[in-house]
Ligand binder design. Sequence first.
Ligand SMILES: Nc1ncnc2c1ncn2[C@@H]1O[C@H](COP(=O)(O)OP(=O)(O)OP(=O)(O)O)[C@@H](O)[C@H]1O
Ligand SMILES: [Mg+2]
Length: 242
Amino acid sequence: MQRGHLLSSQESRHWTDWVIWMKLLMTLTINLISVMHHSVIPGGPLMFKNLNFGIDLDSRIAMVGPNGIGKSTILKLIAGELQPTSGTVFRSAKVRIAVFSQHHVDGLDLSSNPLLYMMRCFPGVPEQKLRAHLGSFGVTGNLALQPMYTLSGGQKSRVAFAKITFKKPHIILLDEPSNHLDLDAVEALIQGLVLFQGGILMVSHDEHLISGSVDELWVVSQGRVTPFHGSFMDYKKILQSS
Ligand SMILES: Nc1ncnc2c1ncn2[C@@H]1O[C@H](COP(=O)(O)OP(=O)(O)OP(=O)(O)O)[C@@H](O)[C@H]1O
Ligand SMILES: [Mg+2]
């Protein structure tokens, strides 16, 4: 059943139930009473207190805030790379989370080609399926067989993005994904994110990326995460005037 089809009232009720069920199942609720940094130094600084927010399949959020405020820490908490010192980060057991950063683009095996790389990452998956997936991100034809050291930054980002989305994550976390990317590569990333049907939480200060791929802005400041009612430009104006 597809969204947007005219439904009978019974179908409509089933559809609504399904949406609610999916939301309950997939909603990733973060309810941190207090989070101390994972620093092993006893009595390290308390970074966040009373954080309480959720992310679901419809979330398309960019998180902004000054350097060192804890944005990457929040992503790591959500991904399970860090544990809060108190409170809970609840993740539905069914939720698949993927993490994308420049690190993943830099980590590509440049001597390999996109298809071989995907075959190594996902052994046993039919070649045609991997080709089709690469193709959906614009890595088609000969491009899929060229050594990756010959690919542009944008093409490499497409391969990295194809890799992290192959297992169909429900939520993608991106930490400053456009750092060191040229315009072409940022454009490729935006296209990938627009195609992606799931939740997005990214840390970025790239206006083009933010306006092209998300619709909500959260500000991290003084141990809190708050929704910002305005555009990224509005946020920048406030920063400049303060
Ligand atoms: N491995 C670590 N050990 C100890 N302290 C750390 C570690 N990683 C980060 N920190 C500290 O935790 C705080 C938050 O770091 P975090 O990387 O989350 O900030 P950020 O908001 O992502 O900053 P940026 O915008 O510079 O990426 C900073 O004060 C940082 O110095
Ligand atoms: Mg960071």
